[in-house]
Design a protein around this ligand. Structure first.
Ligand SMILES: [Zn+2]
Length: 321
């Protein structure tokens, strides 16, 4: 039997806007040996979310049986973090996170050092090391889930700017468009994020015909409408859902065209829950990319989907450690 080397396991914690995940990751192979998932108690605020996550982390450590070999914690946070990556700047989805020194609190509980980055940067690292971005020199990872973000690998390194690089979700692509979580109007996130699609689906239901796929899928109940409902309604030929997704993914395509012009990536990876509906996404995204990409950018990069089944953020968090 080959003895375990002490440096290859890390506890990874992924703070998402709707879901929390904790796992023990072998950072050489990407194998996750214990995975604990919880819903984010978003309405109860930051402290409740933190307590839920700490309990999940402890459970993951215990279940992995590797307690003595875990020497670091890697943390992905669903929102911007400070330049020194110790402190949460803000969460658009859960109240009271601003200014919390998250790495200190986590390291105190587990008694080992903790390292943090935002979720899109973590996911970009995960995808670059273990997934669709393997071998890329210049890679843009775009995450479309509850919120929208991006992680940039430039010249073979994660690019953080002065702290906030990669806030792709808040590039304005439709001036005067819908209000965004950031308070402005027409950001990418305000058009194609999970919350934006749910908002548009609910608005559509109020004006939906008596018989429509959208109405049937949610049995006429506004609260049942999520991004998934809108995507499924579109698959069933719902005209309102098609219009919502046409606008949403056109906005995404304009954002992508701008980012491609700026960074000239060789690889562009799409990840996050909304991008798992590849059939529906590509139906709107491909023609919009043809329309909005600079002619010289066409054919210069490969468009890929995440290959890590939603685990890219957790795996990337482990790599931070
Ligand atoms: Zn915004």
């Amino acid at each position: 039997m080959i003895p375990h080397t002490s440096k290859k396991h890390a506890l990874a914690l992924d703070f998402g806007g709707t879901k929390l995940a904790a796992g023990v990751v072998n950072i050489e192979t990407g194998e996750i040996s214990a995975l604990v998932r919880k819903s984010t108690p978003a309405e109860q605020g930051a402290q409740a979310t933190l307590q839920t996550m700490l309990a999940a982390g402890q459970e993951a450590v215990k279940r992995s049986g590797l307690e003595s070999q875990i020497l670091r914690v890697g943390v992905s946070f669903g929102g911007p973090v400070s330049k020194d990556r110790t402190t949460v700047l803000h969460s658009h989805h859960v109240a009271d996170w601003d200014g919390i020194r998250l790495t200190d609190q986590i390291s105190q509980v587990f008694g080992i050092p903790a390292y943090m980055d935002n979720d899109a940067n973590a996911a970009a690292l995960g995808e670059w090391h273990f997934g669709a971005g393997k071998g890329a020199e210049n890679m843009v990872y775009i995450q479309v889930s509850t919120g929208v973000g991006a992680g940039l690998i430039l010249n073979g390194q994660l690019f953080r700017g002065s702290a906030l690089a990669g806030e792709f979700g808040h590039i304005i692509v439709q001036p005067g468009g819908p209000r965004c979580a950031c308070g402005r109007f027409g950001c990418v996130e305000s058009l194609c994020s999970g919350w934006a699609l749910a908002r548009d689906g609910k608005a559509a239901l109020r004006e939906a015909p008596l018989h429509s796929p959208l109405r049937e899928l949610c049995a006429g109940d506004l609260d049942q409408i999520s991004a998934k409902t809108v995507i499924e309604a579109c698959r069933r030929g719902d005209a309102q859902a098609e219009a919502i997704l046409q606008r949403a993914f056109t906005g995404l395509a304009i954002g992508i065209a701008n980012v491609v012009s700026l960074f000239d990536p060789d690889t562009l990876v799409l990840g996050g829950g909304v991008t798992r509906a590849q059939d529906v996404l590509l139906r709107f995204l491909e023609p919009a990319l043809q329309e909005y990409l600079h002619p010289l950018s066409k054919g210069r990069f490969v468009l890929k989907f995440s290959e890590l089944n939603g685990m890219e953020t957790l795996l990337g968090a482990a790599l931070l450690a």
